[in-house]
Design a protein around this ligand. Structure first.
Ligand code: ADP
Length: 234
């Protein structure tokens, strides 16, 4: 589903964030991405939703395949990048909710701007998604009225509203206490169990040390360690 072929990234100013990264991730996988701060995790994730691109001179390439849809970093238009992002849900450490909208509106927004759905369909979908992440009872609340754990659940609901093929989470539990962090992680596992691939960058060893999921480790821009889940399981 995701292929990185010789992907390198040097930012203006000369920082090498990724150095010849080669990687394949399959449909439905759960993948942990770890590494020290500055190791290149966020840059690697941004390459997947094409917010960053491999250095031109390195000829690196990111290929994404969602069923019959193909996306190639070397020849993608802005319109196709938008299409790609509708198939990827993204969750950040700092939630990024709209502070002047209710929980319901935050989750519904991307459906409301599309012409593909009736009001009744939008309502059904939003309420189902809020219920999946266990935040239904707060649907009329404003983000400031919620705890960090609740805000992150809303952000996950928003990310899942288009039933994406892939959920990317960049340090999603970094601002949460251990109890809420575990609850959020449990939601990712539940989402993965329904067939959505999950890539989660995290510093929390209590997740990746106990799980049998695949584990990628970045070190100074290099993909240093890739332990496929299948090897751990046997
Ligand atoms: P991580 O997510 O593992 O903390 P990042 O991918 O954010 O790592 O960053 C990798 C390196 O690239 C760091 O040295 C960081 O300072 C640098 N970097 C990240 N984004 C930019 C940017 N937009 N411009 C310049 N340097 C950047």
């Amino acid at each position: 589903m995701i292929s990185f072929l010789h992907v390198s990234k040097t930012y203006p100013g000369g920082t090498v964030a990724l150095s010849d990264v080669n990687l394949k991730i399959s449909k439905g996988e759960f993948v942990f991405l770890t590494g020290a701060s500055g190791a290149g995790k966020t840059t690697l994730l941004k390459m997947i939703y094409m917010d960053e691109f491999p250095d031109k001179k390195s000829k690196g390439q990111v290929l994404i395949d969602f069923d019959k849809e193909h996306f190639d970093s070397q020849k993608i238009s802005l319109r196709r990048i938008q299409a790609l992002r509708r198939k990827i849900g993204i969750v950040f450490q700092d939630f990024k909710l709209l502070s002047d909208r209710t929980v319901y509106e935050n989750v519904a927004l991307s459906l409301l701007v599309s012409t593909d759905y009736t009001q009744a369909e939008i309502k059904k979908r939003v309420l189902e998604t809020l219920s999946t992440v266990g935040i239904m009872q707060k649907k009329s609340a404003m983000p400031a009225e919620l705890s960090g754990g609740e805000q992150q659940r809303v952000a996950i609901a928003r990310a899942m509203i288009h039933s994406p093929h892939l959920l990317i989470a960049d340090e999603p539990t970094g601002n949460l206490d251990p109890e809420n962090a575990t609850e959020v992680y449990n939601i990712f596992q539940k989402i993965n169990a329904t067939g959505t691939a999950v890539i989660m960058a995290t510093h929390n060893p209590s997740f990746y040390n106990r799980a049998t999921y695949r584990h990628l480790v970045m070190k100074q821009g290099i993909l240093n360690y890739d332990n496929p889940a299948s090897k751990l399981a046997f």
